[in-house]
Design a protein around this ligand. Sequence first.
Ligand SMILES: [Zn+2]
Length: 348
Amino acid sequence: MKYQKEFLVDLTQAIAPAGQESAVQNLYTNYVKQFADNIDKTRLGSVIAQKKGESDLKIMLAGHADEISLIVSHIDSDGFIYFKEMGGFDAVLLPGMRVNIHHDGKIRKGVIGRAPKHLLGDDNSVKSKNLWVDIAVASKEEALEHVALGDIITWSGELEHLTEDIMISKTFDNRVGVYVCARVLEELKSVKTHCSVYAVSNVQEEVGASGARTASYIIKPDIAIAIDVTFAIDHPDTSIKDSADVKLGKGPAITMGSRINAKLFKHIKSIADKEEIPYQIEIYPSRTGTDLDAIFSENAGAAGLLISIPCRYMHSPNEMVSWSDIENTVKLITAFIISIKDESLINL
Ligand SMILES: [Zn+2]
């Protein structure tokens, strides 16, 4: 498991804001080239690694490479840097954070500033437009030596283990999905499959899933499996009424809802039972908020599945996941692909 774990660590440390995902895509390409029959890159940058099967049936696996990030939008006369959000941020999590500004291949460190509560009085709600990055310079001119409009700002911090199984990182959403795509291809390397497998590291999910949409336009998959993180709610202040009963370390979450193929949902549960892989169920009646939303209705449509890795504190600087959940996701999807021998399961 050593080199696989190192691959996951490298993926989480790479910087890949929406629209500039090449650092993750290069890592992905380097890993999958050992197992893929063919690798393509779309114009937007999604990387498609193909394993040829014995039939024309196509399964697309979709993880996404991009991470939520901030983008420099204004520098004031005193050198304080203002930003906009690329992806869904909770502004409350921003003040006081250490961040990296990525400028011409160099990193300038900074802190997200906000006036102390003592000085703010009653109106102290947090909005990102009232926050700034402080890089300790005295003027706009000095700031411009290190930063430019359009530079990307990311959280600072490395993957760490809290226990042998539980890890935290700023980018598990969705480097775990990219990791699973690569690992499934690795597990299938000496297996003959009925279907061709297209394991795709998509771009631009956090800002609208255009990477997945355009990749699926090229692939035209019969079956699409999106792999993403989902909300683990086994912590305070959450309710089963707001989400599904998903916990860390209890296995991948298998989604059911209108965008999921009902026969495949039943089938993948039976595979998990047979292989003794733990799993949990979650429900998305319509929109899933993942790449599946774009893929399932592209072209002539794809029979959809969504398999998610439980994650506490999604879209925070410390997203928390379980290593065993990730590896069980790899096992489940690998066994599912091997089990598909004809088209009977995808025709409703
Ligand atoms: Zn996300």
